[in-house]
Design a protein around this ligand. Structure first.
Ligand code: A2P
Length: 338
């Protein structure tokens, strides 16, 4: 049994923060102390943890002393603002934001794929982008059998990726539309209820949006495979909290469908969900609240002899964010890498 450690959650009141809290409790994480940090907006509020009301503290320079580990999920600018204080205080930061993911010396870790990368951390470990984690756990078992040469992916991303307030906004918009009113968009750029739009992250110089480029760059870093060719189209859809992805994979030689199914069925973190008779495959409502990424519709690509198609759904807040971060924390504790 590893020694209990002192943990702080930065962004404890958010969609991912509250899930982190739930996971630390349900997974019996070895805690010596738990500190909940958020913005001045949350001053005076409390959150329940294992039947106890814990106060939310406003983050400041002294917040990280007496911490061994900080699980950060308060956005990139907040992570950048506090990273130095956290590491100077001697704590390790598992950062859910994109702030440090592509920094060469910062490990970008999915425990089912590259746990060893975490060992070389220098105080910060990055938790990958949600769509990247979900796709990564689903296709890595195939990549281990035969290296993937090219990935073409289209995502169907839920409101949760934009935070708890975006989820509330979609509910309000839905109620307004059903009541015959015009929906308002304040958190997301356009009304999402009964609608969809290409992902709302900034467009980069090559006309891909940042979310799409995260999938390209982060997948290569996690797989340690710079040679994989990847193209992505990311779309926001009016689903509350699980993402879906249509993935086309290309290999050097044909990849038998049965072998792909067997590999996915026995891989950690994924579950094969297919009933071809009933046309039943992974759906966001079934993935919601689940730890595993649901994978199905695995089939031969009829347009390419070396191609495979598959469909996946995964809980964006859980494996796409909070669960992966807690699994990284567990890895650090179990292997003594803190
Ligand atoms: P708060 O609730 O006090 O605003 P989400 O991703 O669901 O939108 O959640 C974002 C989380 O990050 C919330 O817990 C939010 O706290 C926190 N947060 C946002 N800005 C800051 C900040 N400047 N300092 C600390 N926490 C922040």
């Amino acid at each position: 049994m590893p020694s209990p450690i002192r943990v702080a959650i930065l962004g404890a009141t958010g969609a991912v923060g509250t899930e982190l809290l739930e996971l630390l409790a349900s997974r019996n994480f070895p805690l010596a102390d738990l500190k909940l940090l958020a913005s001045p907006r949350s001053a005076g509020k409390t959150l329940e943890f294992q039947g106890e009301k814990l106060p939310i503290q406003v983050v400041d320079g002294s917040a990280f002393k007496d911490c061994d580990l900080v699980l950060a999920s308060a956005g990139g600018s907040t992570s950048k603002r506090w990273a130095e204080e956290i590491t100077k205080a001697g704590a390790v930061m598992v950062d859910n934001s994109s702030a440090f993911r592509m920094v060469p010396e910062v490990p970008l870790v999915v425990p089912e794929i590259n746990p060893e990368a975490a060992q070389n951390h220098q105080g910060i470990i990055a938790n990958p982008n949600c769509t990247t984690i979900l796709m990564g756990v689903a296709i890595y078992p195939l990549h281990q059998i035969q290296p993937i040469q090219r990935i073409v992916v289209a995502t169907y991303q839920s409101a949760s990726g934009a935070g708890a307030m975006a989820m509330e906004e979609v509910k309000h918009q839905s109620r307004d539309i059903l009541a015959g009113k015009t929906p308002q968009a304040e958190i997301l750029p356009y009304p999402l209820a009964f609608n969809l739009f290409p992902h709302n992250s900034p467009i980069t110089d090559n006309h891909y949006c940042e979310e799409e480029m995260k999938m390209v760059q982060e997948t290569r870093k996690i797989f340690a495979a710079e040679e994989i060719r990847i193209t992505a189209t990311c779309v926001r859809v009016p689903v509350l909290r699980a993402h879906s992805e249509a993935v086309n994979l290309e290999f050097a030689t044909p990849f038998p469908v049965d072998l792909a199914k067997t590999a996915i069925a026995k891989a950690p973190g994924v579950k094969l969900v297919e009933d071809w008779q009933k046309n039943y495959f992974p759906m966001p409502i079934d993935a919601t609240g689940q730890d595993d990424v649901l994978v199905g519709r695995i089939r031969q690509d009829i347009s390419h002899p070396n191609g495979l198609d598959l469909w996946l759904c995964g809980d964006q807040i859980r494996k796409g964010a909070a669960l992966n971060a807690v699994q990284i924390a567990e890895l650090l504790v179990e292997r003594g890498w803190l």
